[in-house]
Design a protein around this ligand. Sequence first.
Ligand SMILES: Cc1cc2nc3c(=O)[nH]c(=O)nc-3n(C[C@H](O)[C@H](O)[C@H](O)COP(=O)(O)OP(=O)(O)OC[C@H]3O[C@@H](n4cnc5c(N)ncnc54)[C@H](O)[C@@H]3O)c2cc1C
Length: 332
Amino acid sequence: MIDDESCKLALGANLGYYHDDPYELSLPFFAVAQGGYIDGGSYYVRGGSQRLSDYLVSLIEENGGAVDCGRLVSDIHVRDGWVSGATHAKTYTETDEQTTQANSVIANAAVPTVAENLLADPHGSTLAAEISDRAIAPSLTTLYLVFEPTPADLGNECYSTIIEGTDIDTLADLSDTPPAGFGSRRLTFVDYSQVAADLAPDGKSVGAITTVDYHNAWCGLTDPEYRRKKNRVGDVLLRRLNEVLPGASDAVVHQELATPHTIERFTHNPLGTAYGFAPTPNQTLGAREIEPSVDGLHFASAWSSPGGGFTGAILSGAKTARSLTSDVGTFS
Ligand SMILES: Cc1cc2nc3c(=O)[nH]c(=O)nc-3n(C[C@H](O)[C@H](O)[C@H](O)COP(=O)(O)OP(=O)(O)OC[C@H]3O[C@@H](n4cnc5c(N)ncnc54)[C@H](O)[C@@H]3O)c2cc1C
């Protein structure tokens, strides 16, 4: 409907929050999320997203439940076609293995991991077959920054700033693969001090420079090479921020780069994907529903319907929670 390429680029400015290729991205998914952003503005959980998790934990505990952190599930057990529990141990030491009996298991782990590692056959292979033709969304590389003085003190007035890549004249230029180098690809700078995020004490603020990235761009490196590349990429991203916000690099008091490998290590998401299955038309909203291969197994995450991102994961969890009451009722 729109011929003007600059207009398309402006409307697709936040493409990296959804996918790497505008021609593959589901329009309804993009329109709902981007429309909400344009209409409602930017929001951030005040104090950081851990505050939201802590609040949800408090609700669980107030209602007689318990939350065990730092434990990794290695097996979801099935008896007579119905889940019967899960075995889990301490994440890093693999010690203190325990099996918890349960009639319902909600998997927040990546769905391919559930299929390949957590469910025994034939249930694992049934689930693997169901998702075998699904593509996985790309990852992100992010430079996290602490500023003093803040970007606002330096004159920044925007929550989100797109630092356009070189040679990006048309929407088609954004779908180029392999991606351009870090010196010339599109970046997003987010200044959390522009919203009431409360992520830093007075006088300081937190920001992030993010770009779509890929797991394989960081493979095959020795540890020293990986660290050197991280330093180099961090310097390039900061230099590019400084070009649009002079003085920014001098104001940085702390910086840390997270690569697709970092995301994979902390979230166990394959290839460090940020959004689970790619948000293509046949993998978003209702089409993203996954039929569990076992009764009593549920999914609640960015991988399941309606899609990736905080909102998608929260909606998925709420839907699963509502559907659970009948299961729990059956067995209480
Ligand atoms: C750098 C980055 C920036 C982002 N920015 C935004 C943003 O600005 N806005 C937005 O809406 N979304 C953003 N996203 C996407 C958003 O963070 C995710 O879509 C969302 O957090 C997914 O939530 P989830 O609960 O599905 O999974 P996750 O947050 O990935 O949590 C899964 C949890 O399960 C645990 N786990 C995995 N396997 C096991 C196992 N076997 N046993 C026990 N535990 C296990 C993991 O350790 C992890 O804690 C961003 C993502 C990244 C990586």
